[in-house]
Design a protein around this ligand. Structure first.
Ligand SMILES: NC(=O)c1ccc[n+]([C@@H]2O[C@H](COP(=O)([O-])OP(=O)(O)OC[C@H]3O[C@@H](n4cnc5c(N)ncnc54)[C@H](OP(=O)(O)O)[C@@H]3O)[C@@H](O)[C@H]2O)c1
Length: 325
């Protein structure tokens, strides 16, 4: 694995260049502010009437309508939601300068054909491995967040230099930039979202909570046991790794984990994980994402409403309110 850090990277490819950040959400805000604080000329591209305009300007950033921002920039970063990248690209394509660089923080829209870029453009990936809020707070603390980088199309011969200089300017090269590809980043990220951290883990917590409640335990005890301890294990794993986490807990918990863990995550789980990965690679999830957007996000909206009304969620709110917030 090649890990590039600040000292390995030439910042010159971005010097005197203008970067347009399209979208001022989770990643857009963090990347725009980090670039600005690194002395890069940044403009945030927003839709007409966007509520984000006041916020971006109050933070000292220049803003413009998307078309104007894109037309004025040498580097354009697509930081609007993935599922609209196809429509957004068609809207901005006529305004992209010849030989401009177009960057992404997720490989999905190139890997699954949402965006089919013009041949004169440099296409690069700079994907921080964490949320924008943490990207910004780490930068302010003088630290960085590891990121993956890749070049899909090198029309000018300068795509690599721009990708690395961009990763340096948003602070990621303080921690390290790791070479990847749009396909590897997109497939691994979608797999994790579905099968592991964002899909698998919450469903395991819910199943554990419901098992205890169905057996007559109080919802409060079930919540504290099955959901409330997640932060403790996440912090231990981050600090010490999985082996170190196991050494840090009591012998009772360690033996319990040994006895129960592999009964829960058995070969059946691994087979379904492999199935999810095959489906991701075949583009099934990308199609679902396209359909969800086309259908007005109905499935997501109804899942959000349902989740708010569950016993687990009312228990969460009750316990949180005990904390006095
Ligand atoms: N969330 C993360 O921390 C994270 C982590 C790694 C990578 N990424 C990647 O970063 C990219 C951005 O994700 P995100 O979560 O930051 O997105 P997000 O927060 O959902 O983005 C919202 C922003 O996009 C703007 N937007 C929406 N539709 C638009 C349109 N048609 N034209 C122009 N602007 C539009 C919104 O404008 P308004 O302000 O007008 O509403 C808002 O500023 C994605 O590729 C994602 O996969 C995200």
């Amino acid at each position: 694995m090649e890990l590039l850090r600040d000292a390995d990277i030439d910042p010159a490819p971005l010097a005197g260049r203008r970067v347009a950040i399209v979208g001022y959400g989770n990643q857009g805000r963090a990347q725009a502010l980090n670039l600005h604080d690194s002395g890069i000329d940044v403009v945030v591209g927003l839709r007409g009437g966007s509520g984000s305009t006041i916020e971006a300007e109050a933070s000292g950033l220049a803003t413009a309508l998307v078309a104007d921002a894109v037309g004025s920039a040498d580097v354009v970063m697509m930081l609007a939601p993935d599922e609209i990248h196809g429509a957004l690209y068609r809207e901005i394509e006529p305004h992209l300068r010849n030989g401009a660089a177009l960057g992404f923080s997720h490989g999905l829209s190139i890997r699954f054909g949402f965006v089919e870029p013009r041949a004169d453009l440099d296409i690069f990936l700079l994907a921080p491995k964490g949320p924008g809020t943490a990207l910004r707070s780490l930068y302010r603390e003088g630290k960085g967040m590891v990121a993956l980088w890749a070049v899909e199309q090198d029309a000018t011969g300068g795509a690599r230099g721009i990708a690395l200089a961009y990763g340096r300017a948003i602070g990621c090269a303080r921690a390290g930039l790791i070479a990847s590809s749009f396909a590897e980043e997109a497939e691994a990220d979608l797999f994790n979202e579905q099968a592991v951290v964002w899909g698998g883990v919450p469903e395991l917590l819910i199943a554990g909570f419901e098992t205890l409640v169905d057996a007559g335990f109080s919802p409060e005890v079930a919540f504290l046991e099955c959901v409330g301890e997640l932060k403790l294990i996440a912090e231990l794993i981050e600090e010490r790794g999985i082996a170190g986490m196991r050494e840090a807990i009591s012998n009772t918990a360690e033996l319990g984990a040994l006895v129960g863990g592999k009964r829960i995550v058995d070969d059946g789980v691994r087979m379904r994980m492999a199935e999810i990965l095959r489906e991701v690679r075949a583009g099934r999830f990308a199609d679902e994402l396209r359909n969800e957007e086309a259908g007005g996000y109905r499935r997501l909206e109804s899942a959000r409403t349902e989740a708010q009304a569950t016993l687990l969620n009312t228990t969460f709110r009750k316990l949180r309110d005990l904390g006095g917030d």
